[in-house]
Design a protein around this ligand. Structure first.
Ligand code: COA
Length: 160
C-alpha cells in the first residue's frame, strides 16, 4: 500500500469521503481548502484523509476514512501517522482533529496515535447537520476536539 497526494486532475474519492462526513456540502468545502491524500493498493483507493491548514502553524486532519471491507487492518493508523509526518515536515506546530461523541473507534485510534482531548463543542452536530446521526446506538451530538503538539525530532550530534 502507498499513501500519496491526489493528482491534480484526479477525481476525489467521494464515496469514501462521505463515510467520514455525511454532508456533501462540507466535504466539497474542505476539498477546496485542503490537500487530499489517498491510500492506494493495486490501483484501488482504499483510504483517504484531508489535510487542512486552519491557523498559523496549525493544521487539522479531516475526513479520514478507510473502505468498509478494509477497516480494522491498521490502515487508519497508517493514515494518521502519515498526516503527522507530513505536518512535521511542513513545519506545523499543532495538529488537531475532531470527532463525534459516538465515534468510539475513532476516539481510540486518535488517542493511540498521541492525540489528547482538548475540548468539547457541545451540540456541534445538532447545529450543523439537518438529520440526526447515530453511531454505536449513541446519538452523535457533540464534537470532541483533540490535539497534538508536534515536536521537531531532535538529532543527537556527537562530536569526536
Ligand atoms: N477500543 C479500543 N481500541 C479500538 C477500538 C475500541 N473500541 N476500536 C478500534 N480500536 C483500535 C484498533 O485496535 C487499532 O489500534 P491498534 O492498532 O493499537 O490495535 C486502532 O483503533 C485503529 O485501527 P485501524 O485498523 O488502523 O483503523 P481503520 O483502518 O479501521 O480506520 C477509521 C479507522 C476511523 C478511519 C475507519 O473506521 C473509518 O473509515 N470509519 C468511517 C469513517 C469515519 O468515521 N471517519 C472518521 C471521522 S472523524
Amino acid at each position: 500500500m502507498i499513501i500519496r497526494k491526489l493528482y491534480v486532475d484526479e477525481k476525489p474519492p467521494e464515496k469514501l469521503l462521505l463515510l467520514a462526513d455525511p454532508s456533501q456540502r462540507l466535504v466539497d468545502e474542505y476539498l477546496k481548502r485542503g490537500e487530499c491524500f489517498v491510500a492506494e493498493e493495486e490501483e484501488q483507493i482504499i483510504g483517504v484523509y484531508v489535510f487542512l491548514p486552519t491557523r498559523p502553524e496549525t493544521v487539522e486532519l479531516i475526513n479520514i476514512a478507510v473502505m468498509e471491507n478494509q477497516q480494522g487492518k491498521g490502515i487508519g493508523k497508517q493514515l494518521v501517522n502519515h498526516a503527522l509526518h507530513i505536518a512535521k515536515k511542513k513545519g506545523f506546530k499543532t495538529i488537531e482533529i475532531g470527532t463525534g461523541n459516538s465515534s468510539i473507534t475513532q476516539l481510540a485510534l486518535y488517542q493511540k496515535c498521541g492525540f489528547r482531548i482538548t475540548g468539547v463543542d457541545i451540540d456541534y452536530f445538532v447545529r450543523h447537520y439537518s438529520e440526526k446521526i447515530f453511531e454505536n446506538n449513541i446519538q452523535c451530538r457533540d464534537m470532541i476536539r483533540l490535539s497534538q503538539d508536534l515536536k521537531v525530532e531532535k538529532v543527537n550530534i556527537i562530536k569526536r
